[in-house]
Design a protein around this ligand. Structure first.
Ligand SMILES: Nc1ncnc2c1ncn2[C@@H]1O[C@H](COP(=O)(O)OP(=O)(O)OP(=O)(O)O)[C@@H](O)[C@H]1O
Ligand SMILES: [Mg+2]
Length: 310
């Protein structure tokens, strides 16, 4: 089989064309809904949202002298794609770690969907409906795609929960989990990789697999830490399409992303971190022109990120 006709490439090209078609069209239902909901919201750091699914207060995490996160107040509007931007070391990943329970803050409290989840472990937060992916993918390389997804059903407990897969599950429960895994493999164009070890997949496919795995618990909110990093351009378009589709179905997405073009094209709202703090938030067009944002990037070792940085 020549490279050009490889099923992966064909699927990626199709996804790209589909994406181009969608982008020529009107904004999607989800994008319109998000714009309407955020219409009256001012561009002020920490501003209240009409229907926040996540609310964080006085969050601090210091590493020695480094103030990695110092967020006074942040709300994420339900049903939006909210981009988290900021120069390297701004505290974006640390903030993700804190609110999903993978790290503990020195202080702070936060609630998800109206319920306090302060200090809860990751699997309990996942069960409540908030899941995340990692900047460096955590697909288990010596499990197949299907096994990776089935393991995801345990709700982000990680490799320690592998043992639980070996324990007998109720047949009905196992069939249900398997069914959902198969559905997600299909949705993310990974059905042909069902029985392949994750270790044999491309970086982009592993990113898709990780996103699919996070969706196993049927979350209401997903946090994606640089889902497009190291992914080839065709698959990037496909990933963007999947993210928009999830938002259009009503899910809330927060994503860390460096590429300004990507941010402009898919986000409904942008929050900019610098030195652990929220220094700006607002609609993508406003954030791009915001002096505080430009200043934060100029003060870092590189300017506002562009296509060439990828
Ligand atoms: N486990 C840790 N131990 C010590 N310092 C840490 C740890 N994790 C993060 N830091 C520091 O905290 C700060 C914030 O890091 P973080 O990874 O959250 O930034 P980021 O915004 O995700 O950056 P990038 O865009 O490069 O991924 C940095 O100064 C980093 O060196
Ligand atoms: Mg990071």
């Amino acid at each position: 089989m020549s490279d050009d006709t490889h099923p992966d490439l064909v699927a990626e090209r199709e996804a790209l064309h589909e994406q181009e078609r969608t982008h020529e069209a009107e904004p999607s239902v989800g994008a319109r809904r998000a714009a309407e909901a955020l219409a009256g919201v001012a561009n002020t750091p920490g501003v209240a949202k009409p229907d926040p699914i996540l609310v964080a207060d006085d969050m601090a995490r210091h590493f020695g002298g480094v103030r990695a996160v110092e967020v006074e107040h942040l709300e994420v509007q339900r049903g939006t794609i909210t981009a988290l931007i900021g120069p390297n070391g701004a505290g974006k990943s640390t903030f993700f770690n804190l609110i999903t329970g993978f790290d503990r803050p020195d202080s702070g409290r936060w609630s998800f969907d109206g319920g306090d989840v302060t200090g809860r472990p990751p699997h309990r937060i996942a069960r409540k409906g908030m899941v995340r992916t990692f900047q460096l993918t955590k697909a288990l390389t010596r499990l197949t795609s299907l096994e990776n997804l089935m393991l995801g059903a345990t709700g982000q407990r990680g490799e320690g929960m592998l043992a639980s897969l070996l324990r007998p599950l109720w047949a009905a429960q196992e069939a249900q989990i398997r069914g959902r895994a198969e559905e997600l493999l299909e949705r993310f164009n990974l059905a042909h990789m069902r029985d392949e070890f994750a270790g044999t997949m491309s970086g982009g496919q592993r990113k898709l697999l990780e996103m699919a795995r996070a969706l196993m618990v049927e979350p209401r909110m997903i946090l994606l830490d640089e889902p497009m990093a190291g992914v080839n351009p065709a698959l990037t378009q496909s990933l963007l399409g999947h993210i928009e589709a999830l938002r259009d179905e009503g899910m809330t997405i927060v994503l860390v992303e460096h590429d300004m073009d990507v941010i402009m094209s898919i986000s409904d709202w942008v929050v900019c971190f610098a030195q652990g703090k929220v220094i700006a938030e607002g609609r993508p067009d406003d954030i791009r022109k915001d002096p505080a944002v430009i200043e934060a990037y100029l003060g870092s070792h590189r300017g506002l990120p562009t296509e060439e940085d990828r």
